[in-house]
Design a protein around this ligand. Structure first.
Ligand SMILES: NC(=O)c1ccc[n+]([C@@H]2O[C@H](COP(=O)([O-])OP(=O)(O)OC[C@H]3O[C@@H](n4cnc5c(N)ncnc54)[C@H](O)[C@@H]3O)[C@@H](O)[C@H]2O)c1
Ligand SMILES: O=P(O)(O)OC[C@H](O)CO
Length: 329
């Protein structure tokens, strides 16, 4: 199969490395310097320990990567999805398409499948690839499980069959909203977990945040049309646990640094990668308000990121909430 991977950040590069074991891969990035570095060194600043096999082609022209591809995978930051999907539409309006970004459109609050439907209205073989997966571990071929969700069950199954390897195990789903929502909101909760660990609040506190964070994900996800069981799976609980506990997480790192007193601007300037939770927090909060869903952890993270609240104040606010039934709204 010919696969075009668009976006050569950490995740796009790791996916290209993995897919190159079975397929003809073209890896595109908009940045000419990144392209040249990857083509000559087979590695890049985004994933310094990853090594792109010689068989994988680094392609500086989007049209050449997309034309003739059996499957196009967009692995840019979510902020690049609309622009990239529009560029694909000009080359092939009906591609078989997967996206691997986790977040919301910052202006419209739309999930990735809505962005894709707007940019590529004729494309029906489409879906979201998500799940607990640090790029570095995938690049090292350490065992990883993902989920691919498409409304087209046959497309989901054929894509899974094509991409699945012994080291990258992929499950199929038809719950696109649930898979996308789980992957987007866990990043916000991971910032909270980083803040908690940065303040040395302990493992009990972290477990509480993960569990109550999952409750927030389920409440919002179901309100938006996702299936509750999806949130107990790889794109929900699985990714939430990984991102809240794994030190490779950029979102968790943002929280750790906020707790140490660094400003958000300084953190983002140093990170060198996208931390989607920072950009998703306003969308998640706004959706929670418009759907009448209580999301106190999300509100606390938003307060620290954008409303001048200190991490200690946010913790105090969460801990002073009235007791309530565990399974209540
Ligand atoms: N890194 C991981 O471990 C990992 C794992 C699973 C999913 N993801 C998700 O994949 C997405 C990308 O993450 P990453 O780690 O590769 O980020 P990164 O910061 O390492 O790289 C981001 C990439 O997006 C590209 N990009 C940004 N805006 C663009 C635009 N407008 N047009 C074209 N390209 C654009 C950049 O050039 C860069 O190549 C995120 O949504 C992330 O949540 C990341
Ligand atoms: O490094 P993060 O926090 O963006 O997380 C990366 C992946 O989404 C983990 O599944």
């Amino acid at each position: 199969m010919k696969i075009a991977v668009l976006g050569a950040g950490a995740w796009g590069t790791a996916l290209a490395i993995s897919f190159a074991a079975r397929h003809e891969v073209a890896l595109w990035t908009r940045n000419a310097a990144d392209c040249a570095e990857l083509a000559s060194n087979r590695t890049s600043r985004y994933l310094p320990e990853g090594f792109l096999p010689i068989a994988a082609r680094v392609e500086p022209e989007l049209a050449k990567a997309v034309r003739g591809a059996d499957l196009v995978i967009v692995a840019t930051a979510t902020s690049g999805l609309r622009e990239t999907a529009a560029a694909i539409a000009a080359i092939n309006p009906e591609p078989a398409l997967a996206w691997a970004c986790k977040g919301f459109d910052r202006d419209t609050r739309h999930l990735p499948h809505e962005i894709v439907a707007q940019a590529l209205p004729r494309a029906t073989r489409v879906g979201a690839l998500s799940g607990p997966s640090f790029a570095l571990e995938v690049a090292r071929a350490q065992p990883t499980a993902l989920v691919f969700a498409s409304p087209d069950a046959a497309f989901a199954q054929s894509t899974v069959a094509a991409l699945n390897t012994e080291r990258l195990r992929i499950y199929s789903s038809q719950d696109v909203i649930g898979v996308e929502l789980g992957g987007a909101v866990k990043n916000v909760i991971a910032i909270a977990a980083g803040i908690s660990d940065g303040l040395s609040l302990g493992r009990n506190a972290r477990a509480a945040l993960i569990t109550r964070g999952l409750a927030e994900i389920v409440r919002l996800g179901v309100a938006l049309g996702g299936q509750s069981e999806t949130f107990m799976g790889l794109a929900g609980l699985g990714d939430l646990v990984l991102t809240c506990t794994g030190d490779l997480s950029r979102n968790r790192d943002v929280g750790l640094r906020l707790a140490k007193g660094q400003s958000l601007d300084a953190i983002l300037a140093e990170l060198g990668h996208v931390a989607e939770g920072v950009h998703s927090a306003p969308s998640v909060l706004s959706l929670s308000l418009s759907h009448g869903v209580e999301m106190p952890i999300t509100a606390a993270v938003h307060g620290v990121l954008f409303d001048g609240r200190s991490p200690a104040q946010a913790v105090a606010q969460l801990l002073s909430r009235d007791p309530k039934a565990e399974s209540g709204p």
